[in-house]
Write a protein that binds this ligand. Structure first.
Ligand code: ATP
Ligand code: MG
Length: 579
């Protein structure tokens, strides 16, 4: 990716390469330079445990942990678990696993907003004592009506002027469990005419007789997210609190709490959230897909969750590289999923061993090869990595080749196998198709009778004869059976979505996002391949052993990505468009 030219205006939206500068880094550098907080940099990643992490969260994780590490600082993992209704311990464990897998370490700094419920309650009482908070009897609906609109001031609640004593007593009975859910709330007393709606007496506490995954039934009042998030940062003395743009309008409220409570002044900085083409990045929508059985689970390899990307065959390195390249900006945009895939290909190209696998097998019998014999041929493990060495693959009279590497009626530009044509078997010999055997009833091609030229061992003819096509193959006797799952994007490309479908993301689901092939034949070196090991199947793409369903008796491979990199093309088009 190209960096912005020095003379072009910095929109803050240019993709960054490597760990180059960005506006957040500049702010932090300035704060460090003037010795703010003693030059300390302390960030946090604050997920709400109400779903699995997705690639958008990965952006935030890389940013928070990365900026802290680059400044010799620390990054906490904090679960923002203020909502007992949607949160579950299962999500907490999955989140920890994902952050660790991405390569980040929060050491012993694992915190929970729920650990601060006691402190937050004391602060609520403090605000009441200062006359800055009151108990309100309006219903949720009335509160909404009283709030006003962007163009119209709100109306004060008739309960707004309760005395401090009355508020303290009522808040205590809320807390003691004497009142029903929804009957009262605690609100900040700020300004019902404020231009910013978040400042119009926001709700701080609500009554909720619900068990919390950590605090059990200790509480029947719970702080609102806005009354917990900023203060949790203050409690942890977070210096730079990075969050997505939708919280920009909440910052004045967080700063109000900091002033009124005289607590540690964490500085909030907002950045644009990641949007990715051909997928959805919203826990709510992802949960819907899981709950409605439209995918097999949170880690279904079509999902954009970290656990699904892992299962699909993504590497943590490629995701971190992607996060570096997209950088951070102040305006929303959508990143093409081709860039994510490009980062993955760059990484896998360097380290995935090459193997041969036939996904839709067609039998080939080499008529002039002796029956019952076989020999070993040498195959290079990874031409991009000399250290990877080579391996021996068996060759014999019966082989499998790919069905679509043969055509009975071959067009002129078709260089693979056809009646009378000669091709090279990768790392093997030249073979010529002599005869086509068909199923008598269906007419389907079931076998090819071929001959091989023993002089072409290793793939070259001593007489200088050339062949145009090279195909992959597997020796039938030694082949290992496998199931291969071909994945494609969760959603159709935007330009294929009809206007009337655009509103409901489920109408854009790609009906061809999964194709399962059983009866695939892979080379014997893959026997017993470990879960999550990654390979390049020559000519076909990158594949990863499924970490859920694969076993030594039943190998299952997920296609990670095909070999065709569309990013280079997109990048070129973008360059031309901006030139
Ligand atoms: P979702 O919208 O998917 O439900 P969320 O923002 O509610 O996500 P949180 O668990 O609150 O999810 O997010 C934890 C952190 O990750 C927050 O700081 C949030 O700003 C950040 N984050 C969430 N989604 C994205 C995204 N798409 N791009 C960048 N950061 C994100
Ligand atoms: Mg959130």
């Amino acid at each position: 990716m190209s960096k912005p030219k020095p003379d072009s205006p910095d929109t803050g939206n240019e993709p960054e390469s490597q760990t180059t500068s960005n506006f957040i880094r500049s702010i932090i550098d300035q704060d460090v330079a003037v010795g703010k907080h003693g030059g300390r940099v302390h960030t946090r990643f604050p997920p709400e445990p109400n779903g699995y992490l997705h690639i958008g969260h990965a952006k935030s994780i890389c940013l928070n942990f990365g900026l802290a590490a680059d400044h010799g600082g620390l990054c906490n993992l904090r679960f923002d678990d203020t909502n007992p209704i949607k949160e579950e311990a299962e999500y907490v464990e999955a989140i920890k696993e994902d952050v660790r897998w991405l390569g980040f370490d929060w050491e012993d700094r694992e915190y929970y907003a729920s650990d601060y419920f006691g402190q937050l309650h004391e602060w609520a009482v403090e605000l009441i004592r200062k006359g800055k908070a009151y108990v309100d009897d309006l219903t949720a609906e009335e509160i909404r009506q009283y709030r006003g609109t962007l163009t119209e001031a709100g109306k004060e609640s008739p309960y707004r002027d309760r005395t401090v004593e009355e508020n303290l007593a009522l808040f205590e009975s809320m807390r003691a469990g004497e009142l029903a859910d929804g009957s009262k709330v605690l609100r900040a007393k700020i300004d019902m005419a404020a231009g910013n709606l978040n400042m119009r007496d926001p709700v701080l506490y609500r009554i909720l007789h619900a068990s919390h995954h950590r605090t059990g039934d200790d509480w029947c009042i719970y702080p609102m997210y806005d009354f917990a998030h900023g203060q949790s940062d203050s409690i942890e003395k977070i210096t730079h609190s990075l969050c997505t743009l939708e919280f920009e309008d909440h910052r004045p409220l967080y700063d109000w709490f900091i002033r009124e409570l005289d607590i540690f002044p964490s500085r909030q900085i907002e950045f644009a959230r990641l949007n990715l083409s051909q997928t959805v990045l919203s826990k709510r929508k992802l949960k819907q897909l899981v709950d409605e059985g439209l995918v097999s689970g949170w880690d279904d390899p079509r999902m954009p969750t970290i656990s699904a990307l892992r299962r699909r065959g993504y590497t943590p390195e490629s995701i971190r590289d992607f996060a570096d390249r997209i950088g951070v900006a102040k305006a929303d945009s959508t990143v093409d999923v081709a860039l994510l895939e490009h980062c993955l290909r760059v990484d896998l190209n360097k380290r995935a061993p090459r193997v041969m696998a036939v996904l839709e097998p067609l039998k080939v019998v080499i008529e002039n090869y002796p029956e019952g014999e076989s020999e070993l041929l040498e195959a290079v493990n990874n031409p991009e990595d000399p250290e990877a060495g080579s391996r021996q693959i068996p060759f014999s009279r019966e082989l499998w080749i790919e069905k679509n590497d043969f055509r009975e009626e071959a067009p002129k530009k078709y260089f693979r196998l056809a009646p009378g044509r000669e091709v090279r078997l990768r790392y093997g010999f030249f073979i010529t198709c002599q005869e086509v055997v068909k199923d008598e009833t269906t007419g389907e091609v079931v076998e090819l009778r071929c001959t091989y030229d023993p002089e072409t061992r290793g793939g070259y003819a001593p007489d200088g004869r050339k062949v145009r096509g090279t195909i992959h193959w597997v020796s039938a006797a030694e082949a290992v059976n496998a199931e291969v799952r071909l994945y494609d994007h969760l959603l159709k490309p935007a330009d294929e979505v009809k206007a009337d479908q655009a509103k409901d993301f489920k109408a854009s689901l790609n009906p061809d996002s999964l194709k399962v092939l059983t009866g695939c034949k892979v080379e014997p070196s893959l026997e017993g391949a470990a879960r999550e090991s990654r390979f390049q199947f020559e000519r076909q793409g990158y594949f990863c052993v499924d970490n859920r369903d694969s076993s030594p008796d039943h190998l299952v491979f997920n296609r990670t990505v095909t070999l065709r990199d569309t990013w280079a093309k997109i990048e070129k088009a973008q360059r031309q468009a901006s030139a």
